[in-house]
Design a protein around this ligand. Structure first.
Ligand code: APR
Length: 223
């Protein structure tokens, strides 16, 4: 099981969250990633995610994403990502759970189960089947995380856990590791790690694009 965060996509050119003083691509997170922000200024929120969607077309998966794809040749790999980009999928990973939603999808603002693939701009006046405004398919702060139910069994069943490029500050994602069996080896890859190597925890304080290919090479020997 791999838990990934913004740091794995940083080297593809997508900014992380907490390395930028609470700003997300120069925007106040509270304005663009909360239901209140959406209520207050839907134009701003739509334009923000339209830019993020455009940016996705300009970036590519990096060596870290590709290393995880390679791992599938030797292990059954489940990726649980907090990222809303599609770089794991574009690298070829087959099992990806997006805890915080997906940039390339939108959903009805009155029926969370009406989800549509939406690769281009979303505008005011783009409606769901019930004639209501569509919104980004993003889990905003204060909203439920429905994919958690799918993610928890992946953690409890994991023989090996890799945590890459996440500050582990946002719950419930950060709490997922608590579901791991006691002695499960946990590899943590982070430029600025939140923990130290001890017992079953092995920390790689390096860039994901360097550390993950190395780790995959090591794990292949155990397969
Ligand atoms: N390689 C490895 N780690 C890196 C790299 C890199 N090249 N660059 C940055 N990092 C690390 C940073 O040290 C930091 O710990 O990635 C982490 C990124 O942390 P955050 O910006 O907090 O991102 P993340 O943990 O994914 O945030 C979780 O917060 O705002 C919300 O919903 C949003 O999904 C997001 C959630």
């Amino acid at each position: 099981m791999v838990l990934s965060g913004a740091g794995i996509s940083a080297e593809s050119g997508i900014k992380t969250f907490r390395d930028a003083n609470g700003l997300w691509e120069n925007h106040d997170i509270m304005q663009v990633a909360t239901p209140e922000g959406w209520e207050e200024n839907p134009d701003l929120v739509l334009s923000f995610y339209n830019k993020r969607r455009q940016q996705l077309k300009e970036v590519q998966p990096n060596a870290a994403h590709f290393a995880l794809k390679e791992l599938e040749e030797y292990f059954e790999v489940s990726i649980i990502t907090q990222n809303v980009d599609d770089l794991h999928e574009r690298a070829g990973s087959k099992s990806v759970i997006h805890l915080h939603g997906e940039l390339l999808k939108v959903r009805s603002s009155v029926n969370e189960n009406e989800v549509l693939y939406w690769p281009n701009d979303l505008n005011i006046g783009d409606f769901c089947s019930q004639g209501k405004q569509l919104r980004p398919h993003i889990v905003w702060f204060g909203e439920a995380v429905p994919m958690l139910e799918l993610a928890i069994p992946k953690v409890t069943q994991a023989d090996i856990i890799i945590i890459v490029g996440t500050s582990m500050q946002v719950y419930p994602a950060a709490g997922l590791v608590d579901y791991a069996a006691q002695k499960t080896p946990i590899y943590v890859i982070n430029l600025n790690p939140h923990t130290q190597s001890k017992g079953n925890i092995f920390v790689y304080p390096e860039k994901a694009s360097l550390a993950l290919p190395k780790l995959v090479k090591e794990l292949k020997k155990q397969a």
